[in-house]
Design a protein. Structure first.
Length: 373
């Protein structure tokens, strides 16, 4: 079994720790443990400081599962806590690895969407999220790729890196299609409910959908390494829980406590993410409008990332490298299989985002210089 190099993390590891402006980050504004505990009551703060650092429950801490269940309007038995959404992906693809199986995935997309099933010998079928189609996620194309050997269809709503979204009607259509064929519909909702246009509902409302999310994007607490799955089907949930027992046993218990506080105070946490993202997206719109001859872009419908491209059609990696050397980190599009693009996060930098754009504006000559190398 071979895994592809994780080019995105290699890039981030090479530059993100020393760069002045990190616009490659896909997360929201930074919270500290102190910030989160300030949202908690006295009993929760004491619980955090005095809890025993022992193994937790395989299903996850009861209080966190109850809080997530209340948020989604499901029973706590429908909630499985995992080590970030990444563990949920590993569980899905591991269980789908049967002879002749295929999975339907977005392209471009978060790199492990493809690398995990490919490493397990699963046929990967991709529906394209094309700029020619305004980064629309096309249900027709998704349905055309599925057949009797399709184990799951994965949608990322809002999508990373483009910010594309599915409407409620489109999600309901995919739900009906997959349910009628016994295909698992997985909705990755790490950016929900951060929207910049028409908001959509969580797919957790749909009886046969499986939702995954975590505390890294809309809930920007990535250091907790905590995520969750919502699944109503008892047999599938049993399989998911058994797999996580083999993979990671239980969660980071301090992280679970902080995550529970964040869920119970979610309106405040989400409001901060939304406010920062909306403010910085407005600044990005102005920046892109002033540079229409150099950059193409499509305004994201949700999330905290945009996926511009060089109108020259050149590979954006040299430009991203030159920008990083000048103190502004972007993520090259070749990490997502789209070389002329680059991912730009607009929430993690918070109030410094306009300053970062000013730096890029002063460095526009780097584009021609970098591409000439």
């Amino acid at each position: 079994m071979q895994l592809k190099n994780f080019a995105l993390d290699e890039w981030l590891d090479a530059y993100a720790h020393d760069v002045e402006f990190d616009l490659a980050a896909s997360t929201g504004p930074v919270w500290t443990a102190t910030d989160i505990l300030a949202l908690a009551g006295d009993s929760q703060r004491e619980r955090y400081l005095n809890h025993a650092l022992t193994y937790g429950r395989a299903a996850g801490a009861a209080g966190l599962r109850e809080a997530i269940a209340e948020m989604h309007g499901v029973d706590p038995d429908c909630v499985q806590i995992v080590t970030g959404a990444s563990e949920a992906l590993l569980i899905f693809f591991w269980l789908a690895a049967e002879p002749g199986a295929n999975v339907v995935l977005p392209q471009p997309g978060f790199p492990p969407f493809a690398s995990l099933p490919e490493s397990l010998g699963i046929e990967t079928r991709f529906y394209a999220i094309r700029r020619e189609n305004a980064f629309r996620i096309d249900p027709d194309e998704i349905e055309s790729l599925a057949d009797g050997n399709t184990k799951l269809v994965l949608v990322n709503n809002p999508h990373n890196p483009t910010g594309a979204t599915l409407s409620d009607a489109e999600m309901e259509r995919l739900h009906a299609f997959t349910a009628s064929r016994g295909i698992t519909l997985v909705s990755d909702e790490v950016y929900h409910p951060i929207y910049h246009g028409n908001p959509t509902q969580s797919a957790a409302r749909l009886a046969h959908a499986t939702v995954i999310s975590d505390f890294s994007k809309a809930f920007p607490l990535a250091g907790t390494r905590t995520g969750w799955m919502v699944e109503r089907d008892r047999h599938r949930m049993e399989a998911y829980r058994n797999a996580r027992c083999h993979f990671s046993v239980s969660n980071n218990s301090p992280g679970e406590i902080l995550a529970e506080v964040a869920v119970r105070a979610r309106d405040k946490v989400w409001r901060r993410t939304q406010d920062v993202a909306s403010r910085n997206l407005a600044a990005l719109e102005t920046f892109m409008a002033d540079r229409d001859e150099t950059f193409g872009w499509i305004r994201p419908g949700g999330g905290t990332t945009a996926f511009p491209w060089l109108r020259s059609g050149e590979n954006a990696r040299p430009f991203c490298k030159a920008a990083a050397e000048a103190g502004v980190l972007l993520a090259p599009g070749d990490c997502f299989g789209a070389p002329e693009h680059f991912r730009m996060g607009f929430a993690a930098a918070e109030d410094r985002f306009p300053e970062a754009l000013d730096r890029l504006a002063r460095l526009e000559q780097l584009i021609d210089g970098a591409l000439a190398r």
